[in-house]
Design a protein around this ligand. Structure first.
Ligand SMILES: [Ca+2]
Ligand SMILES: [Ca+2]
Length: 209
């Protein structure tokens, strides 16, 4: 249900979250580096680009490093696209800031663990925030997409937006997938099927938000 998620092409590493039902433990946040300039802080709905190293608290093993393994990762904060511990631990962060967050198992991979993560693992992440963008669901991105300011999005406007976003990430502007994506988006988002996505349809459809 995460629409306008252009960045599905940059799959987040942690899609599945299993958490406890009891009072949720907190994420411990330690500031490693705070940049002098901070014009904007991360908030729910923003898209964040991060580099991170992940360690098991138990023995210090590094189980993943985006720096070592390749590219930084884009994700949207606060929509459960990543571990709960990330949604909780990476708010109010400045571009360039570095944090160490300690995530209890219930906000990470729970009792089962996953892959390299043993059951009931507390995880430590050293995260550097590289960039913040308007999230797909923000008021700001709606205004940005609505080129003629009529408070609804036409197919053309959505297509323009996709083109722009893909170009930013180095894709060809003539990618034929755009048509398909626009179809998909309208199938899901245009609830009353009037051929436009209204501000309301855009903003409120998703239960996750
Ligand atoms: Ca419009
Ligand atoms: Ca509509």
């Amino acid at each position: 249900m995460i629409l306008f998620s252009l960045f599905a092409t940059f799959p987040p590493l942690f899609l599945f979250v299993s958490g406890g039902k009891l009072p949720e433990p907190e994420v411990k946040i330690e500031l490693v580096y705070k940049p002098f300039m901070c014009s904007r802080k991360s908030k729910y709905g923003d898209m964040l680009l991060v580099h991170y190293d992940g360690f098991l608290e138990s023995n210090g093993t590094m189980f993943h490093s985006s720096r070592r393994d390749g590219d930084p990762v884009w994700f949207t904060l606060g929509i459960k696209e990543v571990l709960k511990g990330w949604d909780k631990g990476l708010k109010d962060m400045c571009t360039g800031e570095r944090r160490k967050i300690t995530v209890p198992p219930s906000l990470a991979y729970g009792k089962e663990g996953k892959g390299k993560i043993p059951p009931s693992s507390t995880l430590i992440f050293e995260v550097e925030l590289m960039d913040i963008r308007n999230g797909p669901r923000s008021h700001d991105s709606f205004r940005e997409m609505d080129l003629n300011d009529d408070w609804k999005l036409s197919r053309q406007e959505v297509k323009e937006y996709l083109k722009k976003e893909f170009q930013k990430h180095g894709y060809s502007p003539n990618d034929t997938h755009h048509e398909v994506m626009v179809d998909d988006i309208f199938n899901n988002e245009d609830e009353d099927k009037d051929g436009f996505i209204s501000a309301r349809e855009f903003t409120y459809q998703h239960d996750e938000l």
